[in-house]
Design a protein around this ligand. Structure first.
Ligand SMILES: [Zn+2]
Length: 264
C-alpha cells in the first residue's frame, strides 16, 4: 500500500532543522493531530510554498500528506502564516521566552497523540506575550498548566501526605519526588526544600485557574515570582532529567540584564 492521505492542520512550529541542501525538517504541535514531524522539501528555496512560516513558534496552517496515520514522517507540501508574532520576534527576551514555551511543549508531548488543550495553551500564551509586556510569571503559569495537561499536575492545594489544607496553620515545602506539597509535620528533611510562602502557593493556584485572557492582569510579588520559578524549574528538571537549552539562555539573559541595571 503506497497511498498518501492529505491533511490540513493549524499548527505552532516547535522546532526546525535544516536538512541537506534545501530541505527543512519541522516539528509542529497541531490542533488536529497533536505533535507532528514532517519534511518540507525545498523549504529553504521556495518562498511561494513556505514564505517564512517554518520558524520556531510561528502559527501556521500546514498542508501535509503521509502514509496511513500514526507517527510516520509527514511530507509538508505548503505552510501559510496565520501569525508570525512580530512583537515577540522584535524583542530578544520575548523571543527566547517563546522558544522556551515551544521547547517545553515538545519535551512534554509525544507524536501522534492529539490534545487540543495543549495547542490552545500555546496559542493563548504566545498571544499574551505578543500583546503585552513580558513577565516571568507568565512562564510559571504556562508551566503549571502544561504540567497538568501532561499528567504531572503538582499538588498545591493541600499536603500530599496527610491532606491538611493550606489554612491549617502549618508551613509547606514542595517535594519533587512526591510531586506536591508536604506540611511541616510530614516533611522529612526540612532543609532540602525551603518553606514556601502561602502567597506564592495561592498565586500559582490562581494563575492555574484564571482564564488565559485575564492573566496579563495577575501580577506576582517579587517573592512569589522568585519562589515560583525555583519550584517549577526544579520540578521540571526532576521530571525531564535535564534543563532545557532555551531556559539556560533565558536565565543568562536575565542575569546580564541584572548586571546592566546594577552598573548603570
Ligand atoms: Zn502533612
Amino acid at each position: 500500500m503506497n497511498t498518501r492521505n492529505s491533511h490540513r492542520a493549524r499548527a505552532i512550529v516547535l522546532h526546525t532543522l535544516d536538512y541537506g541542501e534545501s530541505d527543512r525538517i519541522a516539528t509542529f504541535y497541531t490542533r488536529e493531530f497533536g505533535k507532528l514531524k514532517g519534511i518540507a522539501k525545498g523549504a529553504r528555496r521556495s518562498r511561494r510554498r513556505f514564505a517564512n512560516s517554518l520558524e520556531p513558534f510561528s502559527f501556521t496552517q500546514v498542508l501535509f500528506s503521509r502514509r496511513g496515520g500514526g507517527d510516520s514522517l509527514a511530507m509538508v507540501d505548503q505552510c501559510e502564516i496565520i501569525d508570525h508574532f512580530p512583537m515577540i520576534r522584535s524583542d530578544l527576551e520575548k523571543s527566547v521566552a517563546a522558544s522556551y514555551l515551544v521547547e517545553l511543549t515538545g519535551a512534554f508531548t509525544v507524536e501522534g497523540k492529539r490534545n487540543e488543550a495543549v495547542f490552545q495553551l500555546l496559542v493563548d500564551f504566545l498571544s499574551l506575550m505578543e500583546n503585552g509586556p513580558f513577565r516571568t510569571g507568565l512562564l510559571s503559569f504556562f508551566e503549571i498548566r502544561l504540567l497538568g495537561l501532561a499528567g504531572y499536575e503538582p499538588i498545591l492545594d493541600r499536603c500530599s501526605r496527610c491532606h491538611v489544607p493550606l489554612d491549617a496553620g502549618r508551613t509547606f515545602h514542595f517535594s519533587n519526588s512526591r510531586g506536591g506539597l508536604q506540611c511541616s509535620r510530614c516533611v522529612s528533611v526540612p532543609e532540602a526544600a525551603p518553606a514556601l510562602s502561602l502567597g506564592t502557593i495561592r498565586s500559582l493556584l490562581h494563575g492555574k485557574a484564571l482564564p488565559a485572557r485575564n492573566l496579563s492582569r495577575l501580577l506576582l510579588s517579587p517573592r512569589a515570582d522568585d519562589e515560583s520559578r525555583r519550584l517549577l524549574v526544579s520540578f521540571i528538571r526532576h521530571i525531564l532529567g535535564r534543563e532545557l537549552k532555551s531556559w539556560q539562555v533565558l536565565r543568562q539573559l536575565r542575569q546580564l540584564d541584572a548586571i546592566n541595571v546594577d552598573t548603570c
